[in-house]
Design a protein. Structure first.
Length: 332
């Protein structure tokens, strides 16, 4: 059993997209925030010489070895993340023998960035364990590379929020910046309990865009205008306007066809219980929705979400801002 001092620990947070999903894939801006109390934790220890690299995915009840093909849903992704991190740190030289243990409190496939967080935490832990300094920009790029395995054509927003752990204003090709928050605000995250099918939703939107490029680009422009106004409302602390803009964004997403009956039910329940605004978050077709709640209504909105079938309801506060910087926000 390794002593605690032999263990290198790292972690990474969940994220939610506040506004702008899907349109962000087509070069429009989006806003996303970290969810700091939901995390993936990774431990790395040295293993006996010649034993290779073993990965224990505790929540999946699975164990993977590098170089041993696995057929389950998650194994190839996790193996690719570990290989990418080792290639970054050690090049193509012989890789060290390691045991990597992954524990996650982020629901899988709910639009909360669980894949990006697993990738970021594993990469950070391996780099730290081997004494390698990994700037946030580079971590973000490595996480992006592994996200491509999951979603094909990710916009880059998930890896950016998770690597920098900052509220992010994101536009493809322009990198990310953070934004001002005039008044901290509370969001409730309602989980439908149904996996979000991001790849399928992105492909569906793409087919729509190919069929009707002008009309679909018009929807993306409408979303972009909503996101820009929301940035201003957040900076001014104008939560009424922010809520209205979230509702407007949800209407665009419904028109794009990426909401679902379960998401619509939770959105309606949150609004009925006094949410200032509510919308799906992430890829859609399942997964999570978010509701903007003023503090006196948090409890009643939470109850309404459970009453409408939410599997779980999480709460997060958006407030802290700072500068995105290369030296980055410490991982662990
Ligand atoms: O479902 P998530 O959390 O991976 O979010 C997907 C967001 C999209 O805009 C639909 C796709 C993307 O890559 O930005």
């Amino acid at each position: 059993m390794p002593s605690v001092s032999d263990v290198t620990r790292a972690r990474a947070c969940a994220k939610i997209i506040l506004l702008g999903e899907h349109a962000v894939v087509y070069g429009r801006p989006a806003i996303a925030v970290p969810v700091s109390d939901r995390r993936v934790h990774v431990d790395v220890t040295d293993a006996p010489l010649g034993s290779g690299v073993e990965i224990e995915a505790c929540d999946l009840d699975s164990c993977y070895s590098l170089g041993v093909p696995c057929v389950d849903e998650h194994g190839p992704f996790i193996q690719a993340v570990v290989e990418g991190a080792l290639r970054e740190v050690c090049g193509t030289k012989e890789w060290p023998d390691l045991v990597i243990t992954v524990r996650s409190r982020i629901p899988i496939a709910r639009g909360m960035g669980s894949g990006a967080a697993v990738s970021a935490a594993i990469t950070r832990a391996i780099a730290d364990h081997l004494g390698f300094t990994l700037p946030c920009e580079r971590l973000s790029q490595l996480v992006f590379d592994t996200e491509c395995l999951l979603h094909g054509t990710p916009s880059g927003i998930d890896n950016t929020v998770v690597a920098f752990e900052m509220p992010v204003w994101f536009r493809q090709g322009e990198g990310a910046e953070t934004f001002d928050v005039g008044t901290a605000f509370d969001l409730l995250i309602g989980d439908t309990g149904i996996p979000s099918r991001t790849g399928e939703a992105v492909a569906m939107v793409h087919r729509r865009w190919e069929r009707s490029p002008k009309a679909t680009s018009g929807l993306f422009d409408g979303i972009a205008a909503t996101v820009r106004s929301a940035r201003g409302a957040i900076a001014e602390g104008d939560l009424q306007t922010l809520g209205m803009l979230m509702d407007r964004n949800q209407a665009y997403l419904q028109t794009l066809g990426v909401s679902s009956a379960a998401l619509d039910d939770l959105v309606a329940a949150a609004r009925g219980a006094g949410a200032l605004g509510a919308k799906l978050s992430g890829g859609g077709l399942g997964g999570c929705m978010i509701a903007l709640a003023d503090s006196e209504r948090v409890q009643s909105i939470c109850e309404a979400l459970y009453g409408a079938g939410a599997e779980q309801v999480l709460e997060t506060r958006v407030g802290a801002t700072g500068k995105l910087s290369g030296s980055g926000i410490a991982g662990p």
